[in-house]
Design a protein around this ligand. Structure first.
Ligand code: GLU
Length: 297
């Protein structure tokens, strides 16, 4: 039973933000020199991205480094951990790339499209909402999870913030280049928006009283609350839908189909649910939800 594993997994999983990175473009875990491909049952057509990555035995994956449960740099191993990281590992394994063939690059909310477009990363798995504006410049496999925008406040909710309408006249923190920041800017213009490059800085701003609230996806906030349950609480009233996709180069339809197939297989064989249990599920104490329906647009 999954629930019995939560306590152990929670203890093993780093929820401490100390030592986390906040500089965009940091790298952790360089691909090994001799990255012999692991066995894979999938044949790749010559000239495809899959064949190239398989032959190289290496892939560069962009993820977050400061979001407990989804992508958080382990200060000891210097490798990120979380549900997004597990999704990246599943894809690498299916490409025949061993774990030490993955180079993890920190992508923050604002540079994900650029990092894909200029080839700094092969894919981005980083609490990355699929939307039409982003699809103008990158493509998305997935979704592999659906989050929702929510609000985190100081413990006890001194400002009595129960939803986005209560942010009028309040100082609220979010991250540049994120959908939650854009949503506040356009739909709740009476809120005073403070923007940083990463959410851990918003958590610090809430701690020191610089802001009254932090807004982003509920699962990101859940990770921050888990790191400081005495200081923070989640409002728990999600008001958007944030389907998480895996970003890749626009127009690479074969690679997108391959990632979609890999995700679907992980939904079907239980490895997606296992990844949830070991990461975000361990932090939130929730069972893996029903996987979303993949959008093969
Ligand atoms: N899912 C939202 C986005 O992609 C917020 C989380 C984030 O900034 O990574 O913008």
């Amino acid at each position: 039973m999954r629930i019995t594993r939560y306590a152990a997994a929670f203890a093993a999983f780093g929820v401490v933000l100390a030592g986390c990175s906040s500089e965009a473009g940091n790298q952790a875990g360089t691909a090994a020199e001799n990255t012999s491909a692991v066995a894979t049952d999938v044949q790749f057509d010559a000239g495809t991205t899959m064949a190239e990555l398989n032959a190289a035995g290496a892939i560069t994956i962009g993820t977050k480094f400061d979001q407990p449960g989804f992508g958080l740099l382990n200060p000891t191993t210097k490798a990120p951990e979380g549900f997004d990281v597990e999704m990246g590992k599943l894809i690498a394994a299916k490409l025949g790339i061993p774990a030490d063939g993955i180079t993890w690059t920190e992508t923050v909310s604002a540079n994900r499209e650029a990092f894909i477009q200029n080839g700094q990363v092969d894919i981005v798995v980083a609490t990355y909402t699929i939307n039409d504006k982003r699809k103008e410049v990158v493509d998305f496999a997935g979704p592999y999870y659906e989050a929702g925008q929510d609000i985190m406040v100081a413990k006890g909710n001194p400002e009595k913030i129960e939803g986005p309408d209560d942010l009028a006249g309040k100082n609220v923190c979010s991250v540049e280049g994120s959908t939650p920041a854009e949503n506040i800017r356009t739909k709740y213009p009476q809120a005073q928006l403070t923007l940083f490059d990463v959410y851990s800085k918003c958590a610090d701003a809430l701690t020191n009283g610089q802001v009254d609230a932090v807004t982003t996806d509920n699962v990101i906030l859940t990770g921050l609350v888990a790191g400081n349950p005495e200081g923070f609480q989640l409002v728990g009233n999600p008001f958007t839908k944030e389907p998480y996709g895996i970003g890749l180069a626009k127009g690479d339809d074969a690679f997108r189909a391959f990632i979609n197939d890999t995700l679907q297989e992980s939904f079907d064989d239980g490895s997606w649910a296992d990844a949830w249990d070991a990461t975000a599920g361990a932090i939130s104490g929730t069972e893996a939800p029903k996987p979303p329906t993949i959008d093969r647009y």
